[in-house]
Ligand binder design. Structure first.
Ligand code: ATP
Length: 298
């Protein structure tokens, strides 16, 4: 009899994972890329988040056995604090986020949330505790209300509206022909990059996770939209442990700690002021981006 139920169980689990876990990660983690081998350990317990401290303990990781991508990373994101990861393309920034979401397991070392090894807890509880605002959100071919409400199953229209307000989307939605019932996505109204990102923010507000991963878009939005989104993100990362994968250094000057990742190693670390004073890689990146910003203003 048990055998009969097992496939149904599995289906239920997959369904729940998709509903609750993958809610915010959509494009960022490109499902097809992920390793289906990750399974809950027998007897895995639920993650119990107390203050939301995230710790990477000498994490070594390789996608392919013979090529290490991360070479022993050690850092902590303090409860409610903000850690920003910067560094050149291919340095391993997104890989870090994928590991925290447990799409892969480290080859060596551990990742802990409030002292619990994330490999030992259920994926459902882990992913329920982490919200992701991806670079490029996927919209479902459905109403804008549905697309926001997807952040939490069973959210009421009032809660959806409140999340939209928090993401500065309510005025935009009020102007749409059918308000919250307006069809969006491929077969409906196409939203701009900034609007899509706001939908992702609203979803995350509904989910209300203690831990947040922000994956900053590489393609710049116009500067007013950018400022508004930055302000919203700053607000939602208050009182949450936040890991920011950043491309523009001007958006992370407030971070408690900034890690400059290069070739899967921590090349420099510190806050904005101390990194500038080190006059190394970070200072160089800052100078280059400051020049770009000036050029933009000409
Ligand atoms: P970017 O700023 O361009 O997004 P990144 O710092 O986020 O770069 P990662 O995406 O973490 O870099 O990639 C780190 C390294 O891992 C790269 O060398 C990349 O080629 C490799 N890599 C990434 N994803 C995979 C994968 N699914 N399989 C094999 N190698 C991968």
């Amino acid at each position: 009899l048990m055998q009969l139920f097992r496939p149904l169980d599995l289906l239920g689990m997959v369904y729940r994972t998709i509903r609750q876990g993958l809610v915010d990660m959509d494009a960022m983690f490109q499902l097809i890329d992920t390793d289906p081998e990750i399974k809950d350990r027998p007897g895995a317990t639920s993650l119990a988040v107390s203050d939301g401290t995230v710790r990477f303990e000498n994490v070594v990781f390789a996608y392919d056995e013979d090529r290490d991508i991360l070479h022993g990373l050690d850092f902590e994101v303090p409860a409610d604090g903000t850690l920003a990861i910067v560094g050149p393309s291919g340095a391993g920034k997104s890989t870090l986020a994928r590991l925290l979401f447990r799409f892969y397991d480290p080859k060596a070392g551990r990742i802990l949330i409030d002292g619990q090894d994330i490999a030992a807890v259920t994926q459902e509880s882990l992913r329920g505790a982490i919200g992701i605002v991806p670079q490029d959100s996927v919209l479902f071919n459905d109403t804008i209300g549905y697309n926001i409400g997807y952040g939490r199953e069973g959210a009421s229209p009032a809660e959806i509206q409140e999340a939209a307000r928090g993401a500065a989307l309510d005025e935009f939605i009020a102007k749409l022909p059918d308000g919250y019932d307006t069809q969006v996505g491929e077969r409906g109204l196409k939203l701009s990059g900034g609007e899509k990102q706001r939908v992702a923010i609203a979803r995350t507000l509904l989910k209300n996770p203690p831990i947040l991963i922000l994956d900053e878009a590489t393609s710049a939005l116009d500067s007013r939209t950018e400022d508004e989104i930055q302000a919203t993100l700053a607000r939602i990362s208050e009182r949450r442990t936040t890991l920011i994968i950043a491309h523009r250094l001007s958006t992370i000057t407030h971070a408690d700690e900034i890690i400059v990742l290069n070739d899967g190693r921590i090349a420099e670390r510190g806050n904005h002021a101390s990194l500038l004073a080190q006059n190394g890689l970070y200072a160089e990146m800052w100078k280059r981006q400051a020049e770009d910003r000036q050029l933009e203003q000409v």
